[in-house]
Design a protein around this ligand. Structure first.
Ligand code: ADP
Ligand code: MG
Length: 479
């Protein structure tokens, strides 16, 4: 039997406000435990929440960017449950009337497939605190610094059909929130994480299968692995005559598998009701229009512009616009070069991205600036060095943090274009390899590559390759 995977994601994006959603405490990451928790965050009786206007503005920004309906009236509700890191006994969230509904996010897969994923809703809510288990498992503590941090929960339709589509969607939302500057996107610190809902059904079936929800995935790699593992588990289970039960599961990254956390039967009944401490949130037209006017150029628009202005493939344009910083780096290289957008694209997506990944750096921290890379590519363009040597120069620029010209001079890497010098090198190689020369002249054409290699070696890789080819053909052919 062939199976089809169905996935819906619930993404939690921590909004980049300075203070919490209902109190004035700082949201800065990494403070000493409980140093950023005031009476509201501690859930003292009698205190009142005050809504952070900046969090509202950020949610509206996101809603407009995905073409969603921004509710002119939305309502905060209490979601009641007990947990040691939730002193109030409820979390303030939005339930029936969220601030954002019915949006769409376009994704583009590596094979060129385009798809649009529905966003059911995005609502504002507060985060809970953290339970820390330390000291050989003997003691637990509660840190309420995170309590009350503003979150935007972005709930997708069950529109994705593979782990790769889910990743593409999650990356696109990640790109969007950073373009909009509503979330720093830092996944290690938990600022951007997701729950993945996964089910399988026989290919061609119309009804969805029973789903499991995998909680709290905070890296793209984990999302992919967790989904693939979960699909395999469900298919094996059903093919073995069993049934998937709806439950919440945890992904164990060390073992690469998911295991049950709680089943729907024991699921909480949250007893949602409108929070009597907060008025309905009413937005006027002028506010929403003001936010719309302030939107930056969005990733899709930028990618379309890159594709048409620079003649790039849609996929490459998508890669180069994955972050505003990457896009602006690329544009600076092209401007510095005065053209050659494809050469620039190849270097930014190839060498530069490879080194950034290797060293775990963001493009903003690149040791080779965009202007410096343009300087290197100019020397390829004007024939000073070959494209191959340029890679060595780039590596030296990366570690020595010097401009290309300085490294080319210091290492004597200038390309040899002097025909006399190349001819001499060829004649030396021919004299040193009489056997191969005889072989070539008796019809072993393949030996041509051997001679190219020897000449390049003799010139330290600096001879102009096109000239070497032409001259070799002439000289090998005989007097
Ligand atoms: P709940 O109220 O239990 O959280 P929702 O209907 O809000 O359930 O759905 C939560 C998430 O699960 C959404 O992202 C949705 O797209 C996804 N989802 C719903 N049904 C399925 C299914 N059968 N398979 C995979 N994902 C699903
Ligand atoms: Mg849910």
């Amino acid at each position: 039997m062939e199976w089809e995977t169905v996935i819906g994601l619930e993404i939690h994006a921590q909004l980049a406000t300075r203070s919490k959603i209902f109190s004035g405490s700082s949201t800065a990451y990494g403070g000493a435990p409980n140093s950023q928790a005031n009476l509201v965050d501690l859930g003292y009786p009698g205190v009142l929440p005050v809504l952070n206007g900046e969090a509202v503005r950020m949610a509206v920004k996101f809603g407009l960017a995905i073409g969603a309906t921004v509710a002119r009236r939305s309502v905060f509700a209490r979601k009641n449950y007990f947990y040691p890191d939730l002193p109030k006994g409820y979390q303030i969230s939005q339930y029936e009337l969220p601030i954002v509904a019915n949006g769409r996010v376009g994704i583009l897969l590596e094979d060129g497939t385009r798809k649009s994923v529905g966003v059911t809703r995005a609502h504002l809510e507060e985060d809970a605190g953290k339970s820390l288990h330390e000291g050989l498992g003997r003691s637990s503590g509660i840190d309420l610094n995170r309590a009350g941090t503003p979150l935007l929960e972005i709930v997708s339709e069950p529109d994705m059909r593979s782990a790769r589509e889910a990743i593409a969607y999650m990356k696109k939302v990640h790109t969007l929130v950073r373009y909009l500057e509503v979330c720093d996107g830092n996944m290690q610190e938990g600022s951007f994480r997701c729950d993945a809902n996964v089910s399988v059904r026989p290919k061609g079936a119309r009804e969805f299968g029973t789903r499991c929800e995998i909680k709290n995935l905070n890296s793209f790699r984990f999302v992919e692995r967790a989904i693939n593992h979960e699909v395999e588990r469900q298919v094996e289970l059903i093919e073995g005559g069993g049934k998937v039960v709806q439950e919440t599961r945890l992904y164990d990254a060390d073992r690469g598998e998911t295991r049950p956390m709680r089943s729907k039967e024991e699921a909480n009944d949250y007893r949602y009701f409108p929070d009597p401490d907060l008025l309905p949130l009413v937005l006027d037209e002028a506010f929403v229009e003001g936010v719309r006017t302030g939107l930056p150029e969005l990733p899709d628009a930028k990618a379309a512009r890159f594709a048409s202005e620079h003649g790039l493939s849609e996929y490459d344009a998508g890669v180069l616009t994955a972050s505003r910083e990457m896009a602006s780096y690329y544009e600076t290289v092209v401007a510095g070069l005065g053209g050659e957008p494809k050469l620039a694209a190849n270097w930014v997506m190839g060498e530069l991205s490879g080194f950034l990944n290797r060293d775990g750096l963001e493009v903003g921290a690149s040791p080779v600036s965009a202007a410096a890379l343009a300087g290197l590519l100019k020397r390829v363009q004007d024939g000073t060095i070959s494209g191959k040597l340029a890679k060595d120069v780039f590596e030296a620029m990366w570690t020595e943090r010097k401009p290309a010209d300085e490294i080319i001079e210091a290492k004597g890497l200038r390309q040899i274009t002097d025909a006399g010098a190349i001819e001499k090198a060829i004649r030396d190689v021919m004299a040193a390899n009489p056997g191969q020369l005889a072989g070539y002249r008796s019809g072993k054409d393949k030996l041509f590559g051997f001679f190219v290699g020897q000449v390049m070696k003799a010139t330290g890789g600096k001879a102009n390759p096109a000239q070497v080819n032409d001259l070799l053909k002439k000289l090998l052919a005989g007097p």
